[in-house]
Design a protein around this ligand. Structure first.
Ligand code: HEC
Ligand code: HEC
Ligand code: HEC
Length: 110
């Protein structure tokens, strides 16, 4: 009985630590991409809803590894409507997954 109580306590403690590590590893809730990439914007800044995407997608859809970090997309061109966020990172997936209003300007530029 005592041993069981001890095991439960240890296990609960372990799960709490594991849980907080996982939560801490998920990165920011949302990310101001204009600020992060220092875009000289003519349009309202895009604040990317990071955790909302995580709820629907695997990390490796966008990151090279499952713990986040380096993105799979190479973002070099940041100007005009032909910029790499549109062409390479965001739009291809929105089109492929038929995200409602996925390429409508105001979905991202608010
Ligand atoms: C799926 C999200 C998304 C959609 C939809 C989107 N954009 Fe963007 N756009 C971005 C991101 C991300 C950036 C780079 C970060 C920033 O500028 O805040 C950007 C940058 C830009 C830029 C270059 C920076 C600037 O502000 O001058 C222009 C121009 C632009 N978008 C125009 C448009 C237009 C026009 C539409 C609609 C046809 C559109 N975007 C739809 C995500 C999107
Ligand atoms: C739809 C694409 C997408 C998905 C899915 C996604 N992320 Fe991200 N994540 C991003 C973008 C964009 C950034 C902004 C960082 C950048 O531009 O380098 C970011 C940033 C991060 C950061 C912060 C990195 C830094 O340098 O500030 C962490 C940590 C992270 N993501 C972890 C994760 C984890 C863990 C998952 C899965 C549970 C995940 N991400 C899923 C797109 C995504
Ligand atoms: C790998 C696929 C994928 C990529 C890459 C991706 N998205 Fe999305 N995005 C989705 C899906 C799926 C949804 C619909 C989410 C839902 O229904 O909750 C979505 C929805 C959104 C929404 C609407 C969220 C809402 O509140 O309804 C915004 C804004 C958005 N994405 C911005 C971006 C930006 C900016 C980028 C590029 C940095 C990006 N997305 C890259 C798959 C993606």
């Amino acid at each position: 009985m005592k041993k069981t109580t001890f095991s439960v306590t240890v296990l609960t403690g372990f799960l709490c630590i594991a849980g907080s590590l996982i939560a801490g590893g998920k990165g920011p809730e949302s990310i101001d991409l204009k600020a992060k990439y220092k875009v000289e914007a003519t349009k309202p800044a895009v604040v990317f809803p990071h955790h909302k995407h995580q709820a629907k997608l695997e990390c490796v859809k966008c990151h090279e590894s499952a713990d986040g970090g380096k993105l799979k997309f190479e973002i070099k061109n940041l100007t005009g409507v032909g910029n790499d966020f549109h062409k390479v990172a965001c739009w291809p997936c929105h089109k492929e997954m038929n995200v409602p209003k996925g390429v409508a300007c105001t979905t991202c530029h608010k």
